[in-house]
Design a protein around this ligand. Sequence first.
Ligand code: GRF
Length: 227
Amino acid sequence: MAERTPLPVVALISGSGSNLQALIDAQLRGAPIRIAAVISNRADAFGLERARRHDIPTEVLSHRDYGDREGFDAALGDLIDRFAPGLVVLAGFMRILTEGFVDRYQGRMMNIHPSLLPKYRGLHTHQRALDAGETEHGASVHFVTAELDGGPVILQARVPVLPGDDAAALAARVLEREHRIYPTAVRWFAEGRLRLGEDGRPHLDGTPLRAPCLLDDLDARESEAAI
Ligand code: GRF
């Protein structure tokens, strides 16, 4: 069988970039992606260093250099498009995006969010889950729509909330799962198995998802590449 041309991916980050690292690792293990660039809105984001270590082009575009969100998002879109990505991944990119920007990448932009969406959109998800007395928490990969953390969910991973957990302990447990589900969903997309349907739902292997996929339900072959 002919080798698939790797899908060019642009990753947007603001911080540590551990999810970016999981995607880099997936590429190194043979996922059909090519991380074409990493763009950060912060020059001190450690994820930039991770990219440099793998000779991935990096760019910094500071939102502070723009007077409004529209101006920043337009410049960001132009920068992204220089790398002609088939997929844009938000990997800890701490910016609220304008509708125009989201439309520009409709169906080809994903985000990872540290909660079991639709629960706990926005910030401080781990503390909010603890405060609510949840016994279960997790992370979600979703297509990005104009509604903040409200796009159709593709894949989730659940973790237990354990006695004595604080937000940091819970975040670490969730993050470990994030590093599995993000590469898995990105690989599905790159393999042409996943798309955003015109019905607004993710379609996997030609079937609209009625509910998000769950990491625990994936067979060993599916999740193997993400470990
Ligand atoms: C992750 O918890 C992700 O879910 C959220 O931001 C955090 C980014 O972490 N969107 P990292 O920069 O990938 O380490």
